[in-house]
Write a protein that binds this ligand. Structure first.
Ligand SMILES: *Cc1c(COP(=O)(O)O)cnc(C)c1O
Length: 413
């Protein structure tokens, strides 16, 4: 391998990262393991090519292959989601959202979105993001009793604030989102509807979560979360917004597209059309359900009491452990999760009172319901023995045993 010869330092880091990915139980809800085919496309010579513009309308010569790769990616994206128009150039989910705002509203306009501390995203109007500085955000939260979205409350807030755009999407909400109801609310106040399906894109592509495409003016996604593709963004929209979305992405926000990543997105869309992808997403949801059930059976509390999708949000307040402590203890047992605010969290974001768990990554390795039940037990064992190094070691051995049985896609072992 030439990398190891030319730059042993970075080669060593990559090798160690391969080992880390193979030796831990990855429950980070926004991560996944891309296939070897996706990795190959992303690591290809397409990275050398400048292709500013769009297929057939480039600002550089020599774009024959870039054009074909992007055309195929666009065709597959539209086909996979049943969308009228697609743009595959956004470097990330955040840039995809920025392009959607630029197309749908003007600076200073009011947006109505889910509060960050209740499960929204930085790009949905946080004061530390462009979205909170350039637009005027108004936030809806979750119901204190149920932990779920109170759609009547969203409607009241929409009528009161008359937003130009309603933003739907979340990085920790464990329930189905009622896109139709959001559309009705948007229509009532004459607002646009942006659905950010960054997390659910894979579930939606496989039909195991309802699709926002019939209701959204623009839908944005990431390709690296449940969709299992390369790290990047995706924008789908009604045909009438297509030209404006394209202009917003380039030249509005970006320069040359990452053609190697676009080729890898095309591969991921192709993989997502295969029958095994539907079985995979069904397993993702089933695994999350079992994980939730078994955590409940072990006495843990969950926000909303369960899950409909790939995520489980554990409410640690009854245990008095912080999210930060839980994250760190579990990581010592090679179980990787992230601390996460729960609705109405009494603790600050660097501590939190929750952990977020997700099943897309483990399911890509073939983990099933039996393993989920075992993982739920291991999590509870660690959380009820904080500081017990001997127990962490015991759990780590069990984790190693499971890891040996389930090879990680895309990594030679
Ligand atoms: C992950 C995520 C994004 C942003 O994706 P990046 O590629 O990290 O910029 C946007 N919205 C939601 C809801 C997300 O979960």
């Amino acid at each position: 391998m030439s990398l190891a010869r030319i730059d042993p330092q970075i080669a060593g880091i990559i090798l160690d990262e391969e080992r880390r990915q193979c030796s831990s139980i990855n429950l980070i809800a926004s991560e996944n393991y891309a296939s070897l085919a996706v990795l190959e496309a992303q690591g290809s010579v397409l990275t050398n090519k400048y292709a500013e513009g769009y297929p057939g309308r480039r600002y550089y010569g020599g774009c024959r292959n870039a054009d074909q790769a992007e055309e195929i990616a666009l065709h597959r994206a539209k086909d996979l989601f049943g969308a009228e128009y697609a743009n595959v150039q956004a470097y990330s989910g955040s840039i995809a959202n920025m392009a959607a705002y630029t197309t749908l509203i003007n600076y200073g306009d009011t947006i109505l979105s889910m509060a960050l501390d209740q499960g929204g995203h930085l790009t949905h109007g946080s004061p530390i993001s462009f979205s909170g500085k350039l637009y005027r955000p108004v936030f809806y939260g979750l119901d204190r009793e149920t932990g779920q979205i109170d759609y009547d409350e969203v409607e009241r807030m929409a009528v009161k604030n008359m937003p130009r755009l309603i933003v739907v999407g979340s990085s920790s909400y464990p329930r189905i989102l009622d896109y139709k109801r959001f559309r009705q609310i948007a229509d009532r106040v004459n607002a646009g509807l942006l659905v950010d399906m960054a997390h659910e894109a894979g579930l939606i592509a496989a039909g195991v979560h309802p699709s926002p495409i019939p209701y959204a003016d623009v839908a944005t996604a990431t390709t690296h979360k449940s969709l299992r593709g390369p790290r990047g963004g995706l924008i789908l929209c009604r045909a009438k917004f297509g030209a404006s979305i394209d202009r917003s992405v380039f030249p509005g926000l970006q320069g040359g597209p990452l053609m190697h990543v676009i080729a890898a997105k095309a591969v991921a869309f192709h993989e997502a059309k295969q029958p095994h992808f539907i079985a995979y997403q069904q397993a993702v949801v089933e695994n999350a359900r079992i994980l939730a059930d078994r955590l409940l059976a072990e006495g843990m509390h969950l926000v909303t009491g369960g899950t409909d999708n790939h995520r489980v949000l554990v409410d640690l307040t009854p245990t008095s452990i912080t999210g930060k402590t839980a994250e760190s203890a579990l990581s010592q047992a090679n179980i990787v999760v992230n601390k996460n605010a729960i609705p109405f969290d009494p603790r600050p974001p660097d501590l939190t009172s929750g952990i977020r768990l997700g099943t897309p990554a483990l399911t890509s390795r073939g983990f099933g319901t039996e393993e989920m039940a075992r993982i739920a037990q291991l999590i509870v064992r660690v959380l009820s023995h904080i500081g017990d190094e001997k127990l962490y070691r015991e759990v780590r051995l069990e984790v190693e045993e499971m890891n040996r049985r389930f090879p990680t896609p895309g990594i030679d072992q």
